[in-house]
Design a protein around this ligand. Structure first.
Ligand SMILES: [Zn+2]
Length: 234
């Protein structure tokens, strides 16, 4: 395997089921989001809206990084936990507050009304949450593992707590900066921190946006923002 590899487990042919796996060396990876499939979209492994079991190996997954709390980015987390994932869940501080509420709602609507089951699941989720302030670095893989990874969240301006993720990964002395955009909003939105363009990246995973008539100007603003970022050195 290459020293750095990304596998897209969702949001490949559409914009739902967002789930990307970043390998840092052969035996360590992190997931970026774990979202619900909607409509006709399916994963490369065959998962879809009516078949949400995790369809890839998670033994090497050390952590889950969450960009924001929309269901197409977090809705498959119950199935990830069900598959045996017991690592930390890194996210921004507002996302850590919102995530249990969003998942509780999703469970009640789509999975079970069993109060005991829901309560136990939410307790497990809360124990795994690692909230980070914006721009605050966190070590996800320490150098002692042979490969190292540190990450930080930056404001994405999409919804409360939304972030894009900067990953600094190092394998065998080679370091790369890899950015996962999540969903992006436009600057100058009321109530949201303005997005901060990244200074640089070796690799940028940029998600597309569902464009509606009402969101048009925001989308154009957002595209301009990222194309400016790209021109200035990403
Ligand atoms: Zn979103």
């Amino acid at each position: 395997m290459d020293e750095f590899q990304i596998i897209h487990h969702g949001a490949v042919t559409g914009v739902t089921g967002s789930c990307h796996e970043l390998f840092v060396g052969a035996g360590n990876s992190v997931l970026i989001d774990c979202g619900l499939f909607q409509g006709e979209e399916a994963s490369p492994g065959g998962a879809h809206a009516d078949q949400l079991e995790i369809d890839f190996d998670i033994r090497q997954v050390r952590a889950l990084l969450v960009t924001h709390c929309h269901i197409d980015h977090v809705g498959r987390i119950p199935w990830l936990i069900g598959a045996g994932f017991d690592g930390p869940i890194y996210c921004s501080e507002p996302t850590a507050e919102l995530l249990p509420l969003v998942l509780e709602d999703a469970l009640r609507i789509g999975v079970t009304r069993n109060e005991g089951l829901i309560r136990r699941f939410l307790k497990r989720i809360k124990k795994r949450l690692k909230p980070l302030g914006y721009a605050q670095w966190a070590v996800v893989l320490p150098a002692s593992t042979g490969a190292s990874l540190k990450i930080r969240f930056q404001p994405a301006g999409h919804i409360l707590g939304s972030a894009y993720i900067e990953c600094l990964a190092k394998v065998a002395g080679e370091q790369k900066k890899i950015i996962f955009s999540g969903d992006l909003g436009a600057p100058y939105a009321p109530l949201l921190s303005a997005p901060k363009p990244p200074y640089s990246a070796d690799l940028l995973v940029l998600e597309t946006i569902v464009c509606t008539r009402g969101a048009g100007s925001a989308v154009i603003g957002c595209r301009r923002w990222w194309s400016a970022a790209l021109k200035t050195g990403v």
